[in-house]
Write a protein that binds this ligand. Sequence first.
Ligand SMILES: NC(=O)c1ccc[n+]([C@@H]2O[C@H](COP(=O)([O-])OP(=O)(O)OC[C@H]3O[C@@H](n4cnc5c(N)ncnc54)[C@H](O)[C@@H]3O)[C@@H](O)[C@H]2O)c1
Ligand SMILES: O=c1ccn([C@@H]2O[C@H](COP(=O)(O)OP(=O)(O)O[C@H]3O[C@H](CO)[C@@H](O)[C@H](O)[C@H]3O)[C@@H](O)[C@H]2O)c(=O)[nH]1
Length: 322
Amino acid sequence: MKILVTGGAGYIGGTVSRLLLERGHEVTVFDSLCHSRRSAIAEGVTFVEGDLADSALLEKTLNAGKFDGVLHFAALIEAGESMKQPEVYFRNNTAGTLTLLEAMLATGHNKLVFSSTAACYGEPEKTPITEEARLAPTNAYGESKLLSEHMMRWMHHSHGLRYAALRYFNVAGAIPGYGENHEPESHLIPLVLDVALGRRASIKIFGQDYPTPDGTCVRDYVHVQDLADAHLLALAALEDKAPLIYNLGSGTGFTVLEVIESVRRVTGKEIPVELCPRRPGDPAVLVASSEKIQQELGWKPQFAKLDSIIESAWIWHQQLHR
Ligand SMILES: NC(=O)c1ccc[n+]([C@@H]2O[C@H](COP(=O)([O-])OP(=O)(O)OC[C@H]3O[C@@H](n4cnc5c(N)ncnc54)[C@H](O)[C@@H]3O)[C@@H](O)[C@H]2O)c1
Ligand SMILES: O=c1ccn([C@@H]2O[C@H](COP(=O)(O)OP(=O)(O)O[C@H]3O[C@H](CO)[C@@H](O)[C@H](O)[C@H]3O)[C@@H](O)[C@H]2O)c(=O)[nH]1
């Protein structure tokens, strides 16, 4: 297949690009490099440097490629930052997605897999979270993604857009030779690994008074390779059924302190911590039920254990900062 990957210079888009190439697909990456590096782009892809706001370039790229599907990863991703500058998130993520949807319609492309997020749910009423749960984001980032899902639903209704919205929980880990390298980094696991490498003095713990077993936030960490597999399954399934809406998580939650403990086990390093106030917009607990995609598409996550996810991230992190 010929696939357009927006955000393909990033962590998850870069991983999926590599997997697509490995499986014999042709990949075009569309990325502005606003939060990534040219060196992260997989060898063997066609690269178009551009912003989602550039509808002419999007249309040109789509017309030239005549793609079998679009995987849309490009977005700003920091929940904390989105609380300080919500307008930037709505412009880049929501308006950017609308521009992409319009360009797809204008060029006769109707298959899309969208990177959605657990942040669409906000503070859940029940755990684990199923796809039918209330959608009430507690941060502007989550809202920017939920609004994108709403637009896709209407484009499906009025124009027959065939889309899958994959609501990822916390993506972590690395494939051999490629992993997380956000600039700036805000995610817990790479930051704790930085402490293990001695690149940071300590890890900040945001909030110790949440209603959780040890007072720190609970998250569901899913390996990026498992996530990548789900994209290929979803793209294939869009032939028969649309829209598709699936959670992607491991089904198990870990507190921030448990993640730090796992890093201590895997790396054998001391990890000094610094107790800090809550980060605005953070829900206390986010744990997925991914039963639906397992049953309907046969998705089988291979990385069940937090230690093995962190182990893969640790191998990559050491290579990255050698
Ligand atoms: N990392 C996670 O845990 C997680 C969880 C849930 C959802 N997601 C979603 O997955 C997707 C990928 O996340 P990631 O961790 O790989 O992030 P990332 O920052 O590594 O990658 C995003 C890429 O999109 C590009 N980009 C951003 N805005 C752009 C624009 N307007 N035009 C063109 N390119 C643009 C950036 O340069 C970057 O290369 C995002 O949509 C994110 O919201 C990530
Ligand atoms: O230095 C840090 C960084 C994070 N945390 C906490 O660790 C947890 C995980 O945080 P982080 O790794 O930043 O991820 P999230 O904010 O949970 O967001 C991720 O997971 C969401 C889905 O759950 C996605 O939508 C987002 O794109 C993705 O960044 C949260 O409770 C944070 O408060 C700390 O205590 N200290």
